[in-house]
Design a protein around this ligand. Structure first.
Ligand SMILES: *Cc1c(COP(=O)(O)O)cnc(C)c1O
Length: 436
């Protein structure tokens, strides 16, 4: 047996992969290394990573600046208990994040991944009201929102439709219609009006019991890169503010340049009360997340008794290696060069989508910053769409790592991707759609 087939057969014997039906899934592809936007298989085949390895990678694979920062930190301090202790990378990162976030989003609570960042935001919201002795327990979310795979995050994201098996465990979350829109959508206003009417009604009926609303701002990722207009989110934020309902932005996917600005909240001109960040935080190198709270929320936990404190924490809270990686990634993000690349990706997406708009199988093209998406027609809709796996394997054959969400094809590349590589990818997609 070759080295590759040994690795695959051992994988098939001992490893359990995420989001995978192990009975029917094709063999996993063993990857030996990555460089820039490219991944290289153990057989030497190259794959262009157009999904940033599940939306985490910002500056390319194995970026030397981040790799070195981690290596250097590992020789100094890898981890220390974060209750009663602190360390420089965590403090510097918190200060820098606060500097890039709007308003008084100044208090950084560290955890491990997007799901835990969401759990923290939900728990902070509930306890904030409890500490004030005001009983607000209800949570609002949008239809289609996805917030992670832990129980609270699943409850908030129930509308994404992934969690039927666990429904007996989930707590109730009120879901409102989401006005998903695309280029040249004639109905966008009507959809937005309908969503706002539903929100007004919910607030009129239950406003004084609602603790918070959790929102993926501008782009709902896992639901199929469903996008809304900033004006709509502003209207939502105004209503929530007037009703004193906390606004949680789940920017686990949209943070760190994805939408063409540092954060979707900045792009939309909205300051939420809480924001969750993870995927791109370390440039895609290590699992780390933050929930950043407005000063007012932090102050709501100050008291002379322990009962008012936020009694929550994880073994690896503020892991020093993760913080060092995040600081190195922020160094790169603060360079003009990175924003020029981001803007080049945005304009290449525009060209690419207008090319694809002419294709008979393509509908509902849409773009927010470095995220481009479209629906492929004629093969069903939703996650069960038969077209999805077919598209994925045809792309892989041509060296493109794309992972359609059902019939939704999207491109969410690392910022180091060159414009001509992206242009070639669009040409390949056009050809491939013709043959499928
Ligand atoms: C991926 C994602 C999560 C969950 O993050 P994990 O790191 O996978 O736990 C939460 N919210 C959004 C918007 C995401 O895209």
């Amino acid at each position: 047996m070759t080295e590759r087939s040994t690795l695959v057969s051992k994988d098939r014997r001992h490893v359990w992969h995420p989001f995978t039906q192990e009975k029917t899934a094709p063999d996993p592809i063993p990857i030996a290394r990555g460089e820039g936007p490219w991944l290289y298989g153990t057989d030497g085949r190259a794959y262009l990573d157009l999904i940033s390895s599940w939306w985490v990678n910002l500056h390319g694979h194995a970026h030397p600046a981040i790799a070195n920062a981690i290596a250097e930190q590992a020789t100094k301090l890898e981890q220390v208990i974060f209750a009663g202790f602190t360390h420089e990378p965590a403090v510097r990162l918190a200060e820098r994040l606060a500097g890039h976030l709007p308003g008084n989003l100044n208090r950084v609570f560290y955890s491990d991944d997007g799901s835990t960042a969401v759990e923290v935001a939900l728990k902070l919201s509930i306890q904030y009201w409890r500490n004030r002795e005001i009983p607000r327990h209800r949570i609002l979310a949008f239809e289609g929102g996805y917030h992670g795979d832990t129980v609270g995050a699943m409850s908030a994201g129930r509308g994404s439709g992934f969690f039927e098996a666990f429904s007996p465990l989930l707590f109730p979350v009120q879901r409102l219609p989401f006005p998903h829109t695309w280029h040249d959508d004639p109905d966008v206003r009507a959809k937005e009006d309908k969503a706002l009417v539903a929100l007004d009604k919910e607030i009129a009926q239950h406003g004084s019991q609602i603790a918070a609303m959790i929102v993926e701002p501008l782009v709902q990722g896992a639901a199929g890169m469903r996008m809304c207009r900033p004006e709509f989110l502003q209207a939502v934020a105004e209503r929530l503010h007037a009703a004193e309902i906390l606004l949680i932005f789940d920017e686990v996917m949209t943070g760190f340049g994805r939408t063409g600005d540092w954060f979707a909240c900045r792009k939309a001109g909205i300051t939420p009360d809480l924001i969750c960040l993870s995927k791109g935080l370390t440039g895609g190198f290590l699992p780390l997340s933050v929930t950043v709270a407005d000063d007012r929320i932090f102050d709501g936990f100050l008291a002379d008794d322990f009962d008012h404190a936020f009694i929550h924490g994880h073994s690896f809270t503020a892991n020093a290696l993760g913080c060092a990686a995040a600081l190195a990634s922020m160094d790169l993000l603060e360079q003009d060069d990175t924003w020029q690349r981001i803007s080049a990706i945005q304009s290449t997406h525009r060209e690419g989508l207008s090319l694809l708009t002419g294709h008979p199988r393509v509908e509902r093209t849409r773009q927010t910053g470095t995220i481009a998406a479209l629906d492929v027609s004629g093969g069903g809709r939703g996650y069960d769409a038969t077209i999805g796996p077919k598209l994925k394997s045809e792309c892989l054959k041509r060296g493109l790592l794309l992972r359609p969400l059902g019939n939704v094809l999207y491109l969410l590349p690392p910022y180091c991707l060159a414009a001509d590589e992206l242009r070639n990818a669009y040409d390949t997609i056009y050809e491939l759609l013709t043959g499928i």
